[in-house]
Ligand binder design. Structure first.
Ligand SMILES: Cc1cc2nc3c(=O)[nH]c(=O)nc-3n(C[C@H](O)[C@H](O)[C@H](O)COP(=O)(O)OP(=O)(O)OC[C@H]3O[C@@H](n4cnc5c(N)ncnc54)[C@H](O)[C@@H]3O)c2cc1C
Ligand code: SF4
Length: 494
């Protein structure tokens, strides 16, 4: 009898080594590694999601007739060793793991790797595309994906006559707060509650409250809910942030996609079917498919293509995490505190909060990129190295020196005021950059441009900003205010 070893982020019967497996000649191994669970801190809801999903998946496989060896071990190697000793498998195979570290470990442990089809684009296919492409632009990758996968295509032309409806999707928050239905939530079972008691003492954040499904069945229900109720409004307000509505029209599907509880192909198919059969607007359908078949697959490819992103720090940022990031203080900056509270409560904030609030601040303040990535990895419900390296180091912090984003995603308070309602309730004024009531983002923004002048002034996409910087009569006062912000933040007083 051979063994298929299934990793905790590959929980799907129809991918890789499990796709063709038959209970008559295949046993399944799952290992909960103590060193993985306690080697880093994680949010309670993240730990609960992963462990609960693994255990439920093991139960589903048993129901399908498999003999499942579910082990709690010191580490992966010890788990495999114990399995080999007790079950004596003829061979141990696994689907190619989703991280470089685990892939290398399994190779060292003598596990045979089977090609993964958990993503729509295998890293080898990405490399072939990259070798032929002139520059690794997301837009070109996305069109290539749409064409070769036949997604939202009409006779070789993009449905709706355009590849990109992003332009329609940059609206500020709706005045009525949006009418998207709340996410589905489910009751915690006795097993869920018992599992919470098992979580390591190092865990952070609030315990589970039923927002996150932990089984394939639950994930499919979330997908149905999104497609039926939320998708028609997905798009226009993708970049908006509202204090009273944490989810807006976001899908909340990333944790399931990243654990294998949902597959990207089935999400895209459901979205396309809703467009074809149910009058879902093209900008909503295209917007979602761009995210899943475009962005998500692109960062997956980049993770394998540019492993050096892991340690990148092109802007040479060296500051430590400020005390309000680590829970040792609170901040009066309303946009930031709302995001930090959201992470505590549900291990989730949406894309624009990640990019234009948390990462924007980290960049303006100058935090070491690797520390930001680790901090986010500890707190996000959907965290994984493959998705965080490109998003955090590349897109958000520009630590790659511009390989992914042509200019750093930084802004002062004006952007946050336009795209959110946070500033109304904040003691700072986004339009001011000097003085005690100046928005810290605004003061830090001009200081950021000034201190990185040598590196960024020639970037044509920043020409307007550098031209304005050159004309600022109060630059010295602005920079003095920025330095005072840094001192106060460091001391936990702002
Ligand atoms: C600094 C930073 C950190 C991030 N960290 C993570 C992370 O740890 N895990 C993670 O899955 N995503 C991460 N993202 C990408 C994106 O923010 C999340 O995928 C998204 O917010 C998840 O929420 P949602 O499912 O409601 O997404 P929606 O807004 O509904 O988008 C739909 C789906 O598209 C996919 N998607 C969209 N953009 C991206 C992207 N840039 N990269 C990968 N997938 C994308 C996701 O699977 C998502 O579920 C990060 C982005 C930034 C800027
Ligand atoms: S004024 Fe500045 S700090 Fe306050 S919420 Fe707006 S952007 Fe954030």
């Amino acid at each position: 009898m051979r063994t298929v070893w299934v990793m905790g982020d590959q929980l799907n019967r129809s991918i890789g080594a499990l796709a063709e497996a038959d209970p008559s000649d295949t046993r399944v191994l799952l290992v909960e590694s103590k060193s993985m669970l306690t080697g880093r801190r994680y949010h309670r809801q993240r730990l609960h999601l992963v462990l609960s999903a693994m255990r439920r998946f093991a139960g589903d496989l048993e129901d399908a007739g498999f003999d499942v060896d579910y082990r709690q071990s010191r580490n992966f190697a010890a788990g495999l060793d114990a399995h080999r000793t007790s079950r004596k498998p003829s061979e141990v195979v696994a689907t190619e793991p989703n991280s470089r570290t685990v892939r290398a470990l399994l190779a060292r442990l003598g596990v045979t790797l089977v090609r993964s089809d958990q993503f729509l684009c295998h890293p080898h296919e990405f490399r072939e595309w990259a070798d032929d492409a002139r520059g690794l632009k997301l837009e070109n990758f996305y069109r290539w994906q749409r064409r070769r996968l036949g997604l939202l295509m009409d006779d070789n032309q993009p449905a709706g006559g355009r590849w990109n409806f992003d332009h329609d999707n940059r609206e500020p928050p709706p005045a009525d707060g949006g009418d998207w239905s709340n996410p589905v939530s489910s009751e915690l079972t006795a097993d869920d509650r018992a599992l919470v008691d098992e979580l390591p003492a190092t865990a952070i954040g609030n315990g589970p409250i039923g927002i996150w499904a932990t089984s394939r069945r639950g994930a499919l229900a979330r997908l149905r809910h999104f497609v039926d109720r939320v998708l028609p409004g997905f798009g226009p307000h993708e970049d908006a942030m509202l204090e009273g509505n944490w989810h807006l029209a976001h899908s909340l599907l990333s944790p399931y996609l990243n654990l294998g509880l949902l597959l990207p192909g089935e999400v895209c198919e459901a979205v396309e079917a809703a467009y074809r059969n149910r009058d879902v607007p093209i900008n909503s359908a295209e917007g979602m498919i761009r995210q899943v078949a475009g962005w998500r697959e692109y960062v997956w490819g980049i993770y394998w293509h540019w492993p050096e992103l892991e340690r990148a720090n092109a802007l040479d940022h060296r500051r430590k995490l400020p005390p309000f990031f680590t829970g040792d203080a609170r901040t009066e900056m309303r946009c930031l505190q709302t995001a930090l509270d959201g992470l505590d409560e549900r291990a989730y904030v949406h894309h624009i909060q990640r990019l234009m609030v948390l990462s924007n601040f980290a960049n303006l303040y100058g935090i070491r990129p690797a520390a930001v990535k680790t901090w986010m990895r500890e707190r996000y419900i959907d965290g994984a190295d493959w998705v965080m390296e490109p998003n955090v180091m590349g897109m958000a912090l520009w630590a790659d020196g511009g390989r992914m984003a042509t200019k750093p995603y930084v802004s002062g308070g004006a952007y946050i005021r336009k795209m959110s309602d946070y500033c109304k309730g904040c003691r700072f004024e986004p339009a001011k950059r000097t003085g005690d009531t100046a928005c810290p983002f605004s003061s830090l923004y001009w200081d950021f441009l000034a201190r990185h002048r040598d590196q960024l002034a020639d970037n044509h996409r920043l020409a307007r900003q550098y031209s304005t910087l050159g004309k600022l009569k109060d630059l010295d006062q602005t920079r003095a205010r920025a330095h005072s912000v840094v001192r106060q933040v460091r001391a936990g007083k702002l």
